[in-house]
Design a protein around this ligand. Sequence first.
Ligand SMILES: *Cc1c(COP(=O)(O)O)cnc(C)c1O
Length: 428
Amino acid sequence: MKISLLEKDAKYVWHPFTQMQKHPTPLVIERAKGTVLYAEDGKEYLDCNSSWWVNIHGHGHPAFKKAMIRQYDQLDHVLFAGVTHPKAVELAENIIQLMPPSISKVFFSDNGSTAIEVALKMAIQYWYNKGTVKTKIVALDGAYHGDTFGAMSVSQRDYFNEPFENLFFQVDYIDFPFENEEERVLKQASKIFKKKDVAALILEPLIQGSSGMRTYSSTFLNKLMQLAKENNVLIILDEIMTGFGRTGSLFAFNQVDTEPDIVCLSKGLTGGIVPLGLTVTTNDIFDAFLSDETQKAFLHGHSFTAYALACAIACANIELIKKPKFSENILRIQEKHGAFKTKIEKNPFIREVRHLGSIIAIELIDQTEKSYFASIRDTAYYFFLNEGLLIRPCGNVIFLNPPITTKNKELKKMYAGIEKFLKFLTDK
Ligand SMILES: *Cc1c(COP(=O)(O)O)cnc(C)c1O
């Protein structure tokens, strides 16, 4: 059975972010419960990165099963142009209640990348509809906003998207605000904004995921957002990874007092159970699309816009995050991570330990090359698998962002695995 499944996988399947020539044998995961992934060969793995950072309440949560079955019996899917349905409206209302006061409208799509495409198109068409020539986007060095063309254009330009580079639209990047660099970066941003051709600033607030869980201060974020406001630059916050408790607060924007114009949500939006994307925005932006002319409308949509099953699951997620247990769990993991940081940060193989909410990232000193494909990455990945931990490092950065329902003894096992790896590096 195992041979034939893996043989068929090799024969028919093309995996993401994978050099298929190497064909590293994929793990065969048959079922999952809570934080545990059960492999077909009887082995168990802890889902230390929440199945690509999406899972919030653990696998197989009964609330989602109930919501999914109930919704399926009611309505599976229906087109969303000229039609609406109860769960889409319920979700929109619930999400708006969680957003800053000026955010008042929800646009639905399918995943993180599409939520970003929608945000970029909204921002650019906003100025177009107003008759103002502003098309430039400003992004942060090291950004990751997804793998579709618009999202790639505003992300870090490197070997991931090199073949497409001459097709990307123009983006100005500001430097990453490392400690002591913040004032200089703000000046750099101010200079770019003053050129008056900037439509929008796009940011992963407080922490950049794919660049290795790089954190920056809420003070800087707030100042940069204020600067954008003063210069009439729309602010797009990509909360696809940070949303739903990851940074300690429900959203990263809860840690600043400047309001964004557009927020993108996905990943944890459905508890990580099914794909769904949302782009939420202000009445000011919405109103710029109101006109007697059809072409001023937002002429964008997807086959599965406001997919009813996904909306029902996202509603169930919002019920779960409103329970006290949710914030208790985030606080619990935050404290455990903090104690672990103190315990290991002096290790000579560690350059820096970064900790924010339920995320802890350990940047190793890497003698070879600091990149996604750095050799230490593969060594670490297989070392952890052997310890029953599924951890996908970003280059020389090992990080944990487990479901917030992860038990203390499971956290202990993750920390022990990392300490064992550090010892392995010492003994090597
Ligand atoms: C994952 C991610 C995306 C892209 O989302 P997909 O659903 O993978 O397309 C965009 N921005 C951030 C910050 C992400 O972490």
